[in-house]
Design a protein around this ligand. Structure first.
Ligand code: DP6
Length: 336
């Protein structure tokens, strides 16, 4: 058995929001996506996870936000621990405690921050020393988007081409301070339905049944290139339109899935319409929207416009709260 840390280990990881989406895997077992994706890591929000392998424990104990987890959420953590146990030759049950510094009910709870934090805490507790790249590869197996939450700033997750997934990991493109004016207004909407199907399952339904999926795959590489170039040039006129096109493409393949996947509420749709009309009225790309498999909407804009954009969107009926977030740092170990 490896020399595991009897004190356990604590790791913290941020959520991220994808500008170019991951949706569909070519290999579900290894979580190998069809296309590369690109996200912004968000500041301030964090999942913090402590893992301790314990020779006196019979079974894993998983406590999420203060409540003992059961059923599928617990099983996902146990499966992930099994991989770490196998890789580290530490055949011990673990005590896992994880909490978010943002309310779970806010709808921002993210499997990305959760599995990135679990990957860091579990490997260190098991005595493994993984590079950030190896950690990204491992986190991917818990939740695809978690591969990107290892890094701060603007992050690309390369789909890779190898069958074993060895070239499938995220890497940082630009640090959190690359574009100080860029802000993400997160609009939390009322009545956001709780996700009924895990994204991992929903996206494979899309692959199987959406007639629009093949075209999405043909177009997404071009959009990824455009997003990368626009961020590099810090150019909102190039970035915001393509981010919205990409979000529309993601929504199109969801809506044409059988049975359809509809993540938005009337308020979410009103926010998208308001951003379009704002850009039309001003004759420039003032803002760009995106959303994930949920009803809350992220609106990117530049700091000088943020107050005005926020004022306009916050008064739409059904907007419960807005957060203003910037790109933030990546995952890190926390000293006990
Ligand atoms: C729409 O990797 O979060 O957010 O953890 O299996 O539910 P599960 O999937 P996850 O799927 C993310 C899908 C997305 C797009 C993205 O983040 O790239």
């Amino acid at each position: 058995m490896r020399a595991f840390s009897s004190r356990g280990a604590t790791y913290e990881a941020p959520p991220n929001i994808a500008l170019v989406k991951y949706w569909g895997v070519r290999d579900p077992e290894r979580a190998l996506p069809y296309n590369s994706s690109l996200s912004v890591t968000l500041e301030r929000l964090r999942s913090r996870t402590t893992v301790r392998f314990d020779p006196d424990r019979g079974t894993d104990r998983v406590v999420l936000n203060g409540a003992e987890a059961t059923g599928p959420p617990r099983e996902a953590v146990v499966r992930f621990l099994d991989r770490v146990r196998a890789a580290a030759s530490v055949p011990l049950a673990a005590d896992v405690r994880s909490s978010n510094n943002f309310p779970t009910a806010s709808g921002l709870a993210s499997s990305a921050s959760g599995f990135a934090a679990l990957a860091g805490a579990a490997t260190i507790a098991a005595g493994l020393e993984l590079s950030p790249r190896a950690l990204s590869r491992l986190a991917r197996l818990g939740s695809g988007s978690a591969s990107r939450s290892i890094f701060g700033g603007f992050v690309e997750w390369r789909a890779g081409t190898r069958a074993d997934g060895s070239d499938c990991y995220a890497r940082p493109l630009f640090g959190p301070d690359h574009w100080p004016e860029l802000v993400d207004l997160v609009l939390l909407v009322e009545g956001a339905p709780v996700k009924s199907v895990r994204s991992a399952e929903a996206m494979q339904r899309t692959v199987r049944t959406s007639p629009a999926y093949r075209r999405r795959l043909e177009e997404v590489t071009g959009r990824l290139r455009a997003v990368r170039a626009a961020i590099s040039a810090r150019d909102p006129d190039r970035l915001f339109p393509v981010v919205m096109d990409e979000c529309d493409s993601f929504r199109e393949v969801c809506e044409t899935t059988r049975p359809p996947l509809d993540y938005l509420t009337a308020t979410s749709r009103a926010i998208l319409a308001e951003v379009r009309s704002l850009n039309r009225a001003e004759g420039r790309a003032v803002a760009g929207y995106t959303h994930d498999a949920g009803a809350h909407v992220h609106v990117f804009t530049l700091a000088p416009d943020a107050r005005r954009v926020r004022g306009r969107l916050a008064r739409l009926p059904g907007v419960r709260r807005t957060l203003l977030l910037r790109p933030g740092p990546g995952a890190r170990t926390v000293d006990a």
